[in-house]
Design a protein around this ligand. Structure first.
Ligand SMILES: [Zn+2]
Length: 473
């Protein structure tokens, strides 16, 4: 009897323990249809649902991740876009292509093999990508662990909560160590050592020669020696953080002596182990601008078959071009490299304008337009647009707006956001100015006055220069 009781107690304990375990393991389940190509229909079954996190945050999905044949399956966009990869659905071949850098994964629906950079690779347990339907939503489900690990992510399964945690350690971007800055006093030349040829950019503004070295970090040992130079007054350096898309930038600023200019008096060249900066005494007879090393795209809106806004025979395109050409001349005099999307009355598509700026890796893009109103014929003044709050574009738009209002005394309609094509599709800080209302007589009279166009151009050019100055301070 005693033995039986003991056995019962033991059995009870096992049942209890089993129940506790079973309780902890109960996953939610729901019906998901998997496309059966043979029957040409969705085959609905109940599958256990899996929760997802990416970098610790819950990942919402319109179709849940589920377990099929022991593998966690997720909608392909959820995992690949969560990890920064691109997805393309190739309906002809029933394939989904996932691209990330130079990695290409191609999964074929219902196939146990994937192509990884063209090489056939077996999927774990042979569980293929499938077409699935859930609450009327159709998605391609792919094996989570396989895709995530191919994309370099860590995948962790938590059986307690039926959750898959995906985490992608940040990629280590290689960087140069900027080790030293030494002067060859005899040649009045400075050598910046990075150990190998460096990727850098040179800008000059108002006696400041600014060298930005990309993917670079200042070494702990870095210092600037005492020096005597005919052209350099002072050297400053910093780990610069002003670029939105480039993390590691070392900025070295040579404050130049009065009258010394780049590139007239100083040259900057790549060397086998870094960068060399050589110069001589400023020559007062050499003319030069205050700024150099910048590329600015000036975009005169409309043109050709597209006259822009019209008021009687007055055309927006003519105002835009006249002002743009004046801005070009003013900035060229300051030493800035100017690229124009058009210099005469020709048609350029919006995409063509943005691509032109992107292909030329311009530092900024400024589009010049004229406003119109079909209802309010007393609307007046100037406004400047940027795409979205935050970043350098806001600073650019405000510099231009404030400067143009200063120069013209026009009514200040302010700097504002707008989702314009040329602001959205350009890769650099971009602004679009509306110089006045062609449909309002008082504005229109001014916009066709040569002196007023000079003031507009002076304002825009000055605003741009103020902005460039800020970017290299
Ligand atoms: Zn326009």
């Amino acid at each position: 009897m005693k033995r039986l009781l003991l056995r019962l107690a033991f059995a009870f304990c096992i049942i209890l323990a089993f129940n506790i375990m079973a309780f902890a393991y109960t996953p939610a389940a729901d019906k998901v249809g998997v496309f059966d190509a043979g029957a040409n229909t969705y085959d609905y079954k109940s599958y256990n649902i899996v929760s997802l996190t990416n970098k610790g945050a819950d990942v919402p999905t319109d179709m849940p991740a589920v377990i099929m044949d022991g593998r966690t399956m997720v909608p392909v966009r959820v995992i690949s876009e969560g990890l920064g990869a691109g997805v393309l659905w190739l309906s002809q071949t029933r394939q989904v292509s996932i691209s990330y850098g130079d990695l290409f994964i191609v999964l074929t629906i219902d196939s146990a093999e994937a192509l990884v950079n063209g090489k056939s690779t077996a999927l774990p347990e042979g569980v293929p990508a499938v077409l699935a339907k859930y609450n009327g939503v159709q998605r391609t489900l792919v094996p989570l662990r396989f895709v995530a690990e191919q994309l370099g992510a860590d995948v962790e399964w938590d059986p307690e909560t039926y959750t898959v945690h995906v985490d992608k350690p940040p990629e280590e971007v290689p960087f140069y160590e900027v080790e030293a800055l030494n002067q060859d006093a005899e040649a009045d030349m400075f050598a910046i050592s990075t150990g190998e040829p460096a990727d850098y950019d040179v800008k000059f503004f108002d006696q400041r020669l600014v060298i930005d070295i990309f993917n670079a970090k200042l070494s702990d040992r870095f210092s600037v020696p005492n020096f005597e130079s005919a052209w350099a007054e002072e050297v400053r350096y910093s780990q610069y953080t002003g670029y939105a898309d480039i993390k590691n930038v070392v900025r070295i600023v040579f404050q130049m002596k009065s009258g010394a200019r780049y590139p007239e008096n100083v040259s900057v060249d790549a060397s086998a182990d870094g960068i060399s900066v050589a110069g001589g005494a400023p020559d007062e007879t050499v003319p030069g601008g205050d700024a150099a090393g910048f590329t600015v795209v000036i975009d005169a809106g409309h043109g050709g078959d597209d006259p822009g806004a019209m008021s009687g025979n007055y055309r927006e395109t003519d105002i835009n071009l006249a002002v743009a050409l004046r801005v070009r001349d003013l900035l060229q005099n300051a030493g800035v490299k100017i690229l124009m999307t058009r210099t005469d009355d020709t048609y350029v598509s919006l995409a063509g304008r943005a691509e032109f700026a992107n292909a030329n890796e311009a530092d900024i893009f400024v589009s010049i337009h004229t406003n119109a109103s079909s209802e309010n014929f007393s609307a007046s003044g100037i406004e400047t647009y940027y795409l979205a709050p935050g970043g350098w574009a806001v600073v650019l738009a405000n510099c231009i707006q404030d400067s143009v209002i200063d120069q013209t005394g026009a009514f200040d309609r302010g700097a504002k956001t707008a989702n314009f094509f040329v602001l959205r599709e350009t890769d650099m800080p971009a602004a679009l100015i509306e110089t006045g209302f062609i449909t309002t007589e008082s504005d229109r009279v001014k916009l066709f006055d040569e002196g007023y166009r000079d003031s507009l151009a002076e304002g825009i050019a000055t605003g741009i220069l103020e902005f460039l100055d800020k970017t290299v301070s």
